[in-house]
Design a protein around this ligand. Structure first.
Ligand code: FE2
Length: 283
């Protein structure tokens, strides 16, 4: 249990329904007009479709530069292929972590045989000094991701650490990403140092957070941004279990210039990314 100041929720956003790739319907929770970014988080998309027409065309070949994508599948599966020769099959419960670095072209295609395609893609910015790093791919199957279960708390450690248990995922900056299930009355206490930004996205149920004397609530389908402090407290907000995603990561405090699939620090670097892609030098 940590004694650091418990963070309160400073903002709640709902996200917008949109589509991306070749017409995949999704909800953009972070990276929308409501909340453009939460340094270093650039985007959080939820795709949850049971009609193949809404996702089957997938995300054909497209480029990225300057950041990382971390995709967590809840149900269904995707196949990833990229210009560096990586190929991965994401089944339910697995994480695909792609460092675009100086440039990669990839496709993310859902498996047609599955009725439900449900997952989350998070974009994590890279610090200026690593934006042009060599592209990298980490395939983290469900069985390699540790799960901690105690006193009504079930935590799957997608990235970083919970209760001394670490994910095998390797990050460039301090980054924690947890899938959490809490029974009513169970408490999750997690450090979130002051130099990090943190958020909770509630998948199902209602989350209670903040100091016990001044609780705040985040409902299903909403993202809560944590304000200043050094730790977070999460509990079920009513008599039902709550299912959520928690993330925190180091603030980069660097300029962000983004255009489509590229995220750089200056306009010149962004123009260079488009030029490199158009002239076949990216990926
Ligand atoms: Fe992509």
């Amino acid at each position: 249990m940590t004694t650091a100041k418990i963070r309160k929720i400073s903002q709640i956003v709902q996200g917008i329904n949109t589509s991306d790739g070749a017409g995949v319907k999704l909800k953009r929770i972070l990276g929308s007009p409501e909340l453009g970014q939460l340094d270093p988080f650039l985007l959080l998309d939820e795709f949850k479709n049971d009609n193949p027409d809404d996702y089957a065309a997938g995300f054909p070949d497209h480029p990225h530069r300057g950041f990382e994508t971390v995709t967590y599948m809840m149900a269904g599966s995707f196949t990833h292929r990229d210009s560096k020769g990586h190929e991965g099959h994401l089944s339910a419960g697995s994480v695909q972590w792609m460092t675009a670095g100086r440039g990669i072209i990839h496709s993310e295609m859902p498996e047609q045989s599955d009725g439900l395609a449900w997952g989350y893609q998070l974009w994590l910015n890279l610090p200026a000094k690593w934006k042009m790093t060599e592209p990298k791919y980490q395939d983290l199957p469900s069985e390699k991701l540790p799960v901690v279960e105690e006193k009504g708390v079930r935590v799957k450690v997608l990235a970083g650490e919970y209760g001394g248990v670490r994910s095998p995922g390797k990050s460039f900056i301090p980054f924690t990403y947890l899938e959490v299930r809490l029974e009513p009355g169970a408490v999750l206490a997690q450090p979130a140092p002051p130099d990090q930004n943190a958020f909770v996205y509630v998948i199902e149920g209602k989350a209670e957070t903040g100091p016990e004397s001044e609780p705040g609530y985040v409902k299903a389908g909403h993202l809560g941004v944590f304000g200043e402090g050094g730790s977070v407290r999460l509990e079920a907000g009513d008599e039902k279990p709550v299912h959520l995603l928690f993330a925190s990561a180091l603030k980069l405090n660097e300029p962000v210039v983004r255009g489509g699939p590229f995220v750089m620090n200056t306009l010149g670097e962004l123009k260079q990314a488009f030029y490199d892609y158009q002239t076949g030098k990216l990926g």
